[in-house]
Design a protein around this ligand. Structure first.
Ligand SMILES: C[S@@+](CC[C@H](N)C(=O)[O-])C[C@H]1O[C@@H](n2cnc3c(N)ncnc32)[C@H](O)[C@@H]1O
Length: 214
């Protein structure tokens, strides 16, 4: 059992690691042998990296020889991901880009994609604040539209053009996102999936799925 990296973040502006983050760490730890066997020098992209806890954990313990890019719409999260990397010894190859999903990255390059999305059902996905000191950046970490799937859906619909030939994706869902229906739908588009881990955390029932081409 690896320890959780110490993060460098202002939790009034950046998502504080919580049960969902820790579930993702456990999922990656569980996948370590498979990942090390399958990928030599993969491009690993974490979308919505927040404090950077997941990426830094992955770099430190799971895939030390990967190239890493993190993206987040929240500029404070991008700075934190870099700062957390430095606090933990620094990664040789890690960049943080402020962008929507993977739109800043060339098509079909990503070998391993990781996303703990804003999955909480809410009336709508919040607007992106216009200034860095807006207090609403944190809302973007949680609120995912009526079924909590608005942001995740945009990603799932574009796996074909985002992931490399053997690319895979780890995505976290809560039960209200109806993950079984989501995985069935993805199957009709040529994407298989496997449940990596499931855990009840308080009132939430969280799962991480691995998606891969059929
Ligand atoms: C639930 S938090 C996860 C943070 C971190 N990965 C963790 O597990 O602790 C979701 C993150 O996604 C970011 N986010 C929300 N919408 C996004 C989008 N369209 N593109 C990139 N990042 C996004 C938020 O700013 C937030 O940092």
């Amino acid at each position: 059992m690896y320890s959780t990296p110490i993060v460098d973040a202002d939790f009034e502006k950046v998502y504080e690691p919580a049960e969902d983050s820790f579930l993702l760490l456990d999922a990656l730890e569980q996948e370590q042998a498979y990942l090390q066997k399958t990928f030599k020098n993969p491009l690993v992209v974490e979308i919505g990296s927040g404090s950077g806890v997941v990426t830094i954990f992955c770099h430190k313990y799971i895939i030390p020889n990967g190239l890493y890019i993190t993206t987040d719409v929240n500029p404070h999260a991008c700075k934190s991901s870099k700062a957390t990397s430095i606090k933990n010894g620094g990664a040789n190859y890690l960049d943080s880009i402020q962008s929507d999903l993977t739109t800043s990255i060339r098509n079909n390059q990503i070998d391993i994609m990781i996303f703990n999305p804003p999955y909480v059902p809410a009336e709508e996905v919040p607007e992106i604040p216009q200034t860095e000191d807006d207090y609403k950046w944190l809302d973007l970490a949680l609120l995912g539209g009526p079924e909590g799937m608005d942001v995740t859906e945009r990603l799932l619909n574009n796996f074909d053009s985002i992931l490399s030939e053997n690319g895979i994706a780890y995505i976290l869902f809560c039960a209200r996102n109806k993950p079984k229906e989501v995985t069935e739908k993805l199957k009709t588009k040529g994407w298989n999936s496997e449940l990596v881990i499931n855990r009840k955390a308080g009132w939430e029932d969280l799962s991480v799925y691995r998606f891969f081409r059929q």
